[in-house]
Design a binder for this molecule. Structure first.
Ligand code: DGJ
Length: 523
């Protein structure tokens, strides 16, 4: 059975071999996917507990000569992933990769007459294929279709479970393409399909987009400036629509060969930056309505979360039923707890730090522990609807943080301790200074497995509970530390006394990941 997305109750799941599958992933660096280079790295990747590798396949590698395909790199990557028991999310580095068109084959790059470039406002050509170029779109779609056909013919075990179409599309340093074809489209009417979509979804579209449209008179006909008003925000909307239409053509061509789940990803906005200063017009939250209208064959839009506000960005991507998949995340110590948040708060399809083959030190050790916890909790996460993710809400970790789980309220505080020396577990003076810079993260995932039963897992989090419905005091009846094997609980020790502050709280110690099973009662 082909990997596909399925709605289970309130969650969207990736189904692999007929079973829901959570991606505990890692994305390879851009140039690390070739067999000879990757070969010695497999033991490290396996030791992290990854079940999925996220890796590029590039247009220049598969179609060095137009119409002449070379599948060596792809076939080897799929074979090696299969041999190492990992699934694969393939990234199609086609027309765009981080705004640029650097992965276009030489025959595309050198034929600028056939494959038109985006122009800046001074008329200078960029190394960015113009989304208004039909030749480029069709050539990309043909190559992508050939790739998906190759997978259909060779990947019998479905090692490849999803495909990302293009990578971090975005206009920079100009918010808009000023090539003649782009200018003509900008001066033309806004496509009826876009206005129709916005009209149909008027009540639920992004608030800023709705305001912009309303401020210009809620017109359903006219040029882009007539309908959305002048300015760089309109430039960005215009580009989002046209990038989206191009990606739709590529996606549709690929799905016609092999309909795996497909998505595209976004570079996020650096705080305070304007369109043109950040890679603009990509599948960003404020443009998601435009992207969904332009590219209906994409199954979802995904964020690459490198900025500190992980919660804010993850939350912004689950609007209107968009499932969360984080194909790229910073490979810091925080990745370990951000993963818990993604699966707990948003029942994510998956999580994947970038440059996974180079993760080391505390970040690697913590990710390994976090993925171990998530692997053990997977049957519970799939079986229960009530799950939450806990991350410190602000820099002030002493603020009690209130999170609802069904009719119970969790009150969380967080403890982040200095990281010990990895070498021998002893902190000497020099390590101590380094450790000041490395504080271990805090965060947890909580699953409500019954009316009075919770499974709590993570690091550096202390929890108390209240019941706002009955106002009864919620006490701890029993708390155990242990682990799960294939969904079965194995107790390590019963916790009470100092470990629960004499029955007052549940505490996941700072410095190490643990799983606890908690029964509460009311009095
Ligand atoms: C985001 C891109 O999508 C990746 O391919 C890579 O270039 C990273 N940035 C580097 O941090």
């Amino acid at each position: 059975m082909l990997p596909h997305l399925r709605t289970d109750g309130t969650a969207t799941r990736l189904v692999v071999d007929g079973e829901p599958f959570l991606i505990l992933g890692g994305e390879l660096g851009n140039s690390s996917m070739e067999r000879a280079y990757l070969d010695p790295l497999w033991p490290g990747l396996e030791a992290l507990g990854l079940n999925t590798l996220v890796a590029p396949v590039t247009w220049e590698a598969i179609e060095p000569v137009e119409g002449d395909f070379d599948w060596t790199m792809l076939d080897e990557l799929v074979e090696d992933c299969t041999a190492h028991g990992m699934r694969l999310v393939l990234l199609w580095f086609g027309s765009w990769k981080n705004s640029m068109s650097c992965y276009g084959p030489g025959w595309v790059k050198t034929d600028t007459a056939r494959f038109g470039r985006a122009h800046d406002e001074h008329g200078r050509a960029q190394e960015i294929l113009s989304p208004f170029g039909k030749e480029a779109r069709d050539a990309d779609a043909r190559a992508f279709a050939a790739l998906m056909r190759r997978l259909r013919e060779t990947d019998e075990r479905h090692t490849v479970v999803m495909v990302q179409v293009e990578n971090e599309i975005g206009m920079i340093p100009s918010a808009r393409d000023h090539s003649p074809a782009a200018q003509a489209a900008f001066d033309d009417e806004v496509p009826a399909a876009l206005v129709g979509h916005l009209t149909e979804h008027r009540d639920t579209i992004d608030a800023a987009l709705r305001e912009r449209w309303a401020a210009a008179g809620c017109r359903t006909q006219g040029t882009w400036t007539d309908v959305f008003g002048p300015g760089d925000a309109t430039d960005e909307l215009f580009m989002a629509w046209h990038f989206g239409r191009y990606v739709q053509a590529v996606t549709a061509a690929g799905k016609a060969e092999l309909p795996l789940p497909m998505y595209t990803n976004a570079a996020l906005i650096r705080p305070g930056h304007r369109p043109g200063q950040y890679p603009s017009a990509g599948p960003l939250p404020h443009l998601s309505d435009v992207w969904r209208a332009a590219a209906p064959d994409l199954d979802f839009l995904a964020p690459d979360i490198y900025f500190p506000d992980f919660v804010g960005w993850a939350d912004a991507y689950v609007r209107a039923g968009n499932p969360l998949f984080v194909p790229e995340a910073l490979r810091s110590t925080d990745a370990s707890v951000n993963a818990l948040y993604a699966f707990g708060a948003h029942r994510a399809l998956g999580f994947s730090p970038f440059g996974i083959e180079t993760i080391e030190g505390h970040a690697a050790a913590l990710l390994r522990s976090s993925y171990d916890v998530l692997r053990r909790l997977t049957p519970l996460l799939l079986a229960h609807d009530e799950t939450v993710g806990l991350l410190p809400p602000s820099d002030d970790q002493r603020v009690p943080h209130r999170v609802d789980i069904g009719d119970l309220v969790l009150h969380a505080t967080y403890e982040r301790i200095a990281a010990p020396s990895l070498a021998d577990g002893v902190i000497n003076e020099a390590d101590d200074r380094a450790a000041d810079r490395t504080r271990l993260p805090a965060g947890a995932i909580v699953v409500r497995t019954g009316p009075d039963e919770l499974v709590v897992a993570g690091i550096g989090v202390t929890l108390t509970f209240t019941d706002p419905t009955t106002h009864a005091t919620v006490g701890i009846l029993a708390c155990e530390e242990g682990t799960y094997d294939d969904g079965e609980w194995h107790r390590l020790r019963r916790l009470n006394g100092d470990q629960t502050h004499q029955g007052r709280h549940v505490r996941l110690e700072p410095g190490r990941f643990a799983i606890q099973r908690v029964r509460v009662y009311r009095y």
